[in-house]
Design a protein around this ligand. Structure first.
Ligand code: BGC
Ligand code: NOJ
Length: 814
């Protein structure tokens, strides 16, 4: 069953009924100002940091889940009927409803009683504001007299404090209303230099800024008294809950359409120019007024929307494919790339499943996310890498998370997740292969944000690996620390106290528990560091790291081998995890997938055997589960993984982030059919037809799909902000389709299903547009290349002569 359809031409998903199983959201904003926007007008906005600079409120554990947002109410002033074109919050029956989620914008349209209202929401490039552009049309045969009421509920900036510190916050709210613009200025009187503003393009019949005046006592957003009466209260908030609502009254002739623009913005003033006149308590509006004036003009709004479309043309134009599979095409060309940009912007901070008040940017997560967006925004990838590296500790270890506003590591979570440092190497290698910008390695970067501690980025990479070499365990495998990629495998935690954090509690000295997964990751990171070192002429380093990779490869294949598959880890007692010796959790996906991806055991058959075991024990029609058998009880020595009921999250859920490791592993082993089969099982678009089972957005990946041990097998959770986006994008674009940036050129090494006759693609790489045609001539994966009409040896397209901007690549595979 479906709740809408893909409009690929428009790059939109069109939701045709508002009662989707769960809120289906989109994001607006891509630089500093961001918003979550659901298909029914819900969600909130923030500037840069979802916790520290929240403009509007999101309510936690709300029912319905998606209640509160950017609502416009329409009132028929003759009948008194009022309703929401976005269905929420009034939930009035609509004669027609649609929500078009597009690239950085959504258009929500509703019709009732012959009146149609469609609102396009977006954030213009280079601005710290959002626009709601409402088109209201009278489709009746008679004139109508209508009222429109806008509404937002302001957050008092620090979202965590806003949700909890009522005794203070109910007294601090302050607003100003000037020239019909509503200004929210709570705490501006003291230490803040920023305020929010909410403007409308039309003359107002009234406004409200105090929630209780607008809604009325004992009422919610579904029944505001001001809307019911058709009359704003012109309230000024003093304390309690500041809101913004404009009332516009219009008469429309039959067939007449009008546009109204609402603008919600964030603005900062220099500290010494906060007030006007100086010494007063009135906001100085000199610098914000031109911005307000600009976007009250519809022509400027249209121009800003067109610029946003162009921006996305450019981002998505870097990689476009036409393959025989419409789902793969749609994901690569539109939605998966789009999701990668969302994860770049949000990391794991704000979604329907991430509250925006918890995690900042994850060190591990953000480095992996680079794999999915570096080709679209290389300069911003560069900045992200340098920010991440600046939080690294001088030991080579890393803060697990940092706050985007301050860019400082979070002390409350700290470090010692022993996989973290490796991801920096992998992220930097991806950046270098994409851009060829080796200057980044010489950038002086501080450790732990301490001025004076600068060292070249290259030195940070060396320390990353040294950190691992300094922490090898009894089998010569890397010690796991607090956890590795699997945050829930807490082998040094031994927690018996409710509420204790599995992530930060450490009860053991950490000298025994080892991770085979980090071993495999280290093979890859050491190999990447070696390759990178030889690119910059550091032959000794290159040889040293190649040797590290070789030794760890050997260790993983010996101490890490269980007979048919790779062991997952050793616990604090030195016992295997993910072994036939275990009663539960006998086989895990991570060590199988990552070993194969890293090329471990390709020559001696271990990789094949491991992936065969994955197929036999872990693969389901909805994707590959994390381990089997699921843990049926709590194992104090394993930690959070065994706290989840069987089939959910890390306890045998389908963790879509690590499925692509197996997909890439199958590619490495030359098995295109298996790789693409696994790809399709979790591909959101391919799952659209079972939206009633999957339940979340069919246009983006979710972190997890419930595993076969769960009663809800096939149901997705945690959509949008997940490493799944980058890894699946990387798997399909660089491994299955096989168009892969390397230091010395663009590799064309597709490993696609045997039934595919071929495909075409366009890839912009280091400023050159490659038009690629792949044709199948036989069942295998060997590649013969013709570049601009000339056959070459191998599968690597070297850079063209200077000045050449377009290259034609013909590849015959077989
Ligand atoms: C989740 C993990 C996540 C971690 C982040 C755990 O509760 O199960 O998926 O990585 O929290 O802190
Ligand atoms: C989600 C976290 O964001 C990520 O860092 C982690 O690797 C996975 N969960 C697995 O635990």
């Amino acid at each position: 069953m479906k709740y809408g359809y893909f409009d690929d031409k428009a790059r939109e998903y069109v939701i045709t009924r508002p009662d989707t199983p769960l809120p289906w959201i989109n994001y607006i904003g891509c630089q500093g100002y961001f918003g979550i926007l659901s298909a029914t007008g819900g969600g909130y906005s923030y500037y840069r940091d979802a916790r520290l600079r929240r403009l509007t409120r999101g309510r936690y554990n709300n029912v319905p889940a998606d209640f509160g947002g950017r609502y416009v109410y329409v009132r028929d002033n003759e009948s008194g009927d009022y309703w929401s074109p976005s269905w929420m919050p009034t939930q009035s029956d609509l004669d027609d409803y649609s929500c078009r989620h597009g690239m950085g914008y959504s258009v929500i349209s509703g019709k009732r009683g012959g009146i149609r209202a469609a609102t396009r929401y977006f954030v213009p490039l280079d601005e710290t504001l959002e626009i709601w552009q409402t088109t209201i049309t009278n489709e009746r045969l008679t004139p109508v007299d209508i009222s429109l009421f806008s509404s937002v509920e302001f957050c008092l900036w620090e979202a965590n404090d806003d949700a909890t510190n009522y005794q203070r916050n109910l007294s601090t709210g302050q607003v100003e209303v000037e020239d019909e613009v509503i200004y929210h200025k709570t705490e501006y009187r003291e230490r803040r230099n920023h305020f929010a503003w909410f403007a409308c393009s039309e003359p107002l019949a009234g406004f409200d800024t105090q929630r209780e005046s607008f809604l009325g006592p004992w009422r919610g957003w579904n029944k505001p008294v001001a809307v019911e009466d058709g009359k704003s209260r012109n309230s000024i908030a003093h304390g309690w809950s500041p809101i913004g609502s404009h009332h516009v009254r219009l008469t429309l002739a039959p067939g007449e359409s009008r546009q109204i623009v609402y603008v919600l913005g964030y603005h900062e003033n220099p500290n010494e120019q906060k007030f006007d006149p100086p010494g007063s308590q009135t906001i100085n509006k000199a610098t914000v007024k031109p911005v307000i004036a600009k976007y009250r003009d519809i022509d400027n709004v249209e121009a800003a929307f067109a610029a946003l479309g162009k921006h996305w043309d450019e981002l998505l134009g870097v990689y476009q494919v036409a393959s025989p599979d419409e789902h793969a095409n749609r994901m690569v060309n539109i939605w998966n790339a789009y999701q990668c940009m969302a994860t770049f912007n949000m990391s794991r901070s704000a979604s329907s499943f991430e509250t925006g008040i918890g995690r900042g940017l994850g060190f591990r997560d953000s480095n992996q996310d680079l794999l999915g967006f570096v080709h679209m925004v290389p300069s911003r990838a560069r900045e992200r890498i340098l920010d991440l590296a600046a939080t690294q500790l001088s030991s080579g270890g890393a803060y697990h998370q940092y706050q985007p506003l301050t860019k400082k590591g979070n002390n409350d979570i700290g470090g010692d997740f022993n996989d973290d440092p490796h991801w920096l190497i992998i992220g930097v290698a991806a950046y270098l292969k994409e851009t060829g910008d080796f200057s980044i390695l010489d950038e002086p970067v501080v450790f732990d944000n301490q001025p004076g501690s600068e060292a070249p980025l290259y030195e940070h990479l060396r320390r990353s690996l040294q950190y691992a070499l300094d922490r090898l365990g009894p089998h010569g495998l890397p010690l796991i620390g607090r956890a590795d990629w699997n945050d829930c495998l807490n082998l040094n935690c031994f927690s018996d106290t409710p509420g204790q954090s599995f992530q930060t509690t450490t009860s053991k000295d950490g000298k025994v528990a080892e991770s085979v997964f980090i071993g495999a990751l280290m093979v890859l990171s050491a190999r990447e560091l070696s390759a990178l070192a030889s690119q910059v002429g550091k032959a000794d380093d290159a040889a040293f790291y190649a040797d590290v990779a070789r030794k760890m490869d050997e260790t993983v294949r010996t101490a890490g081998w269980d007979g048919e598959w790779f062991v997952r880890a050793y616990d604090d007692f030195g016992r295997k995890i993910g072994s036939k010796e275990n009663e539960e959790g006998k086989i895990y996906i991570e060590s199988q997938g990552f070993a194969a991806l890293a090329g471990i055991g390709v020559d001696d058959g271990k990789a094949r055997s491991a992936l065969d075991a994955v197929r036999k024990h872990l693969a389901t029609p909805h994707g590959i589960v994390l381990q089997q058998p699921a843990y049926s009880r709590y194992y104090i020595e394993y930690g959070e993984i065994s706290t989840y009921p069987p089939g959910y999250k890390e306890n045998a859920g389908i963790f879509c982030h690590n499925n692509p490791w197996v997909i890439i592993g199958e590619v490495v082993l030359g098995n295109g059919d298996a790789a693409f089969d696994y790809y399709s099982r979790i591909c959101p678009s391919a799952r659209e037809a079972i939206s009633d089972v999957h339940r979340l957005e069919p246009y983006v990946y979710a972190q997890m799909i419930a595993g076969r041990d769960a009663p809800t097998h096939g149901e997705a959770k945690n959509s949008w902000l997940t490493g799944t986006a980058a890894w699946n994008y990387y798997a399909i674009t660089q491994w299955i389709l096989g168009i892969r940036p390397e230091y010395t050129g663009l590799r064309i090494a597709p490993v696609v299903p045997e039934r595919w006759p071929g495909f075409t693609a366009r890839r912009v790489f280091r400023g050159v547009a490659y038009d690629i045609t792949v044709t199948r001539a036989g069942a295998g994966n060997t590649v013969a290349l013709v570049i601009d009409g000339k056959a070459i040896d191998g599968d690597l397209v070297p850079p063209p002569a200077k000045g050449v901007a377009a290259v034609k690549v013909e590849a015959v595979i077989g």
